[in-house]
Design a binder for this molecule. Sequence first.
Ligand code: FE2
Length: 296
Amino acid sequence: MTAIRGYVAPTTDTDALGVHSLDQFVLAVPDASVAQDFYGNFGLDVSRDGNVLAIKTFGHEHRWGSVIEGIKTKALHHLSFGCYADDLPRLKARIEEQGVKLIDPPPGFESNGFWFRNHDGVLIEVKVGPKVSPDRKAESQWISVPAGVPGTSVRAKAPPVRPRRLSHVLIFTSDVSESIKFYERTLGLRLSDRASDLVAFMHGIHGSDHHLLALVKSVAPGFHHCSWDVASLNDIGLGAMRMHDKGWTKGWGLGRHVLGSNYFHYVRDHKPEDSFYLWGPDVPREFTINYEGGES
Ligand SMILES: [Fe+2]
C-alpha cells in the first residue's frame, strides 16, 4: 500500500520510443484461495474464473494483476507492459534488433502483442493496451475538520480502504546494472533513481509514477512486491490495520521512502506461522538467510 508522491512528466523528445504502462503482473501459486483472501482483504476487486484470479480495483475496468493456480511454490509468471498501437511494431523491431528472441505466448495468454525473456529469464509481454499509468501527479488527501469537530469515526465505522490503481512492481534480479540496460534498450524505460548496484527505479516515458518497475539485487530473479496507490496516509494506516485484523500480521511500515518520496506499508502475503510453527516468538530474520548462497 502506498501513497505516491513522485511523478515524472512525459518526455518532450518526440522520437523517444517506449511502453507507456505496466499493464499487469501475473503470479503462479499453489493455492489461489489464499491469494483471493489476501487481495480481497487488501481492498481489491478479486474474481475467480477456474484456476485464475483477476485482480482489479473497485471502480476501474482495468485488470492490474492475475494469479494462476497450479504450481508448487509461488513464482512470478510474467510481466505485461502496455504500449500505443503505433509503437508496437517499432518496439518489436527494436527488441529484435537488440538480439532478443521473440517466443510464443504461454497457453491462455495469447494477445495482440509479443513475448520475450529478459536476461534473467523473466517472461515479458508487450501489447497494445490502455495507458493506465498516471498522466499527472496523483492527488492525495489530507482531510481536516473545523475546530471542535471530531476528525475520526469509531473504528468499526471506518470506511473500507480501496486502492485506486497498481503503481509498480519490484522484482529481484541477479544484476541491477544489466537489468537497467535491458529495460532501457527494449521497453524504453528510463532510470529515475538507483542506490549503487542494489536497487533501481525505472519510469515510463509517456508520463509515469516515479517508478513503474523497481529492481533489487538478489541471487535469482523473482517477485518482491506489487504496490497499490491509495488516496491518503490515513488509508495506509487503516488498510494495514485491516490486514492485521484478518491475520496478515507480517510486514513493514508505516514509513516513507527517500527515493520516490512515497509513504508505505508492506504486508506479507503469506502467514508462515500457519504451517511453520504452532507457537513461539516471531521467527528471527537470520533463521531464513541462505548463508551458502552468499546472503548476509
Ligand atoms: Fe514499492
